[in-house]
Design a protein around this ligand. Structure first.
Ligand code: NAD
Length: 428
């Protein structure tokens, strides 16, 4: 996999530049939108359990908040870089805009490995992170959420620190909280289900009967598991998933041509989305190499693991049978691969549209917190389905009427909305 020279922010800027050119955006707006508005770099001193003091590097990036407070996760990762955070913050701006929720784009991170940190040390990092940015975040400024290797517990520590400093209760300050502590029902399913709401609508438009389709998924974490589940409920046949194997330090694909049983496979999967190979073999799955998922003779591919997976090296593995690529992960497809996919006429549902169910449900969480009244799961998922369906059709109609690639159409909608908000505010 082409890891060496991959820079997510360069890719985000390349994608933006192409669309800015097509939209004929003026130089000032381009300059504003191709970079984050604000970028915070800071040090978080933590007294470790052994008595020593360790300094962790933290970031928060607010790409654009013309349409509402910045919104985006906080990632804990040993290889976190500011450019990854900047790219993800930029994509959050486009994501919120394409589904029409009144939020901007943000992202944060800390360079650390939670595997090697005690809960107390992680709590200190969370509280320290908040203390560094407390003046620049808040329910009306920037609303964080969980992301890679952070969860509801981390969010509660951050919220508690914020409320302690501010002297009040602000549950709408942060999302992804546990249910019962201000979290929303349906958030766990939201991203994976949103991916499949979009896929369902795409297949209708393409006149493909979902019950006659097969699909292959990359990943088997939160997004992929719920995507596989709903795709199956709609009558599709998932035949492959893949995952990272922590012990072997490489990934594998798990294939069963007769179809995947989601409950059975979940039963042999750890909390990081890693599947037990021996148990899978005994259940009749063939355990193959990392790229086998993309080579499957299926109708639909769903990359739902991580960025830079459909790239110049792997794009030509895609079988002639593939008609739709529905991107669950952020940034799974590089511009080089995009060019090949475009030329082959494969229908793409781009990441920031397909996986916007998560942030949309986070927005619902904020709304419920602000009302202090919580909806049933059914109500949340119905609202989510309506929002994702409408967003999909907005992009599809533009792509169809102007004969555009779906990613370009989605970008055009988002960038125009954000550019317009900046213009109306008198910024550009
Ligand atoms: P997760 O950590 O729950 O699961 C990730 C899965 O990918 C695991 O099964 C892991 O084993 C697998 N994986 C990791 N590296 C791999 C590799 N090299 N090859 C194959 N599989 C690999 O993560 P998630 O929440 O499911 O997120 C997946 C993607 O979706 C990420 O790009 C994330 O940024 C994006 N996303 C997630 C959400 C959300 O709400 N969870 C929202 C929007 C976008």
């Amino acid at each position: 996999m082409q890891e060496k020279s991959f820079n997510a922010f360069t890719m985000a800027q390349q994608q933006f530049d192409q669309v800015a050119e097509k939209l004929g955006l003026d130089a000032g707006t381009r300059e504003l939108l191709r970079n984050p508005m604000r970028e915070f770099h800071f040090s978080i001193p933590v007294r470790m359990d052994d008595g020593s003091v360790k300094i962790f590097k933290g970031f928060r990036v607010q790409h654009n908040d013309a349409r509402g407070p910045a919104k985006g996760g906080i990632r804990f990762h040993p290889h976190e870089t500011i450019d990854t955070v900047k790219a993800l913050a930029t994509w959050m701006t486009w994501k919120c805009a394409v589904v029409g929720i009144p939020l901007g784009g943000g992202k944060g991170g800390v360079i650390c490995d939670p595997h090697n940190l005690s809960p107390r040390e992680q709590e200190q990092i969370c509280r320290g992170w908040l203390r560094q940015v407390v003046r620049n975040v808040g329910p009306l400024k920037d609303v964080p959420a969980p992301d890679v290797m952070t969860n509801g517990q981390h969010m509660l520590w951050i919220m508690d620190e914020y409320e302690t400093i501010m002297g009040g209760k602000f549950p709408g300050f942060i999302t992804g909280k546990p249910v019962g502590m201000g979290g929303s029902l349906g958030r766990t399913e939201a991203t994976g289900f949103g991916v499949i709401y979009c896929l369902r609508e795409a297949l209708k438009e393409l006149k493909i009967d979902i019950t006659k389709t097969t699909a292959s998924f990359q990943g088997f974490g939160n997004v992929a598991q719920y995507a596989v589940q709903l795709y199956k409920e709609y009558g599709g046949k998932p035949v492959a998933v893949s995952c990272w194997d922590q012990k072997d330090q490489k990934s594998y694909s798990f294939i069963r041509k007769s179809g995947i049983d989601i409950d059975e496979l979940r039963g042999i999967t750890d909390k990081f989305g890693g599947i037990d190979k021996d148990k899978a073999r005994s259940l009749g799955y063939s355990v193959e190499d990392a790229n086998a998922w993309i080579k499957q003779d299926v109708d639909i591919l769903v990359p739902a693991a991580l960025e830079n997976q459909v790239n110049a090296d792997t794009v030509n593995f895609i079988a002639p049978s593939v008609k739709v690529i529905c991107e669950g992960a952020n940034g799974p497809t590089t511009p080089e691969a995009d060019a090949v996919i475009k030329a082959r006429g494969i229908f793409v549902i781009p990441d920031f549209l397909a996986n916007a169910g998560g942030v949309s449900c986070s927005y619902f969480e904020q709304v419920q917190c602000n009302m202090n009244y919580f909806w049933t799961k059914e109500e949340v998922l119905t609202k989510l389905d309506n929002l994702m369906t409408e967003a999909f059709h907005g992009v599809y109609e533009l792509a169809k009427s102007k004969n555009l690639y779906m990613r370009d159409a989605a970008y055009m909608i988002s960038i125009s909305r954000v550019a317009e908000a900046c213009k109306l505010r008198g910024w550009v």
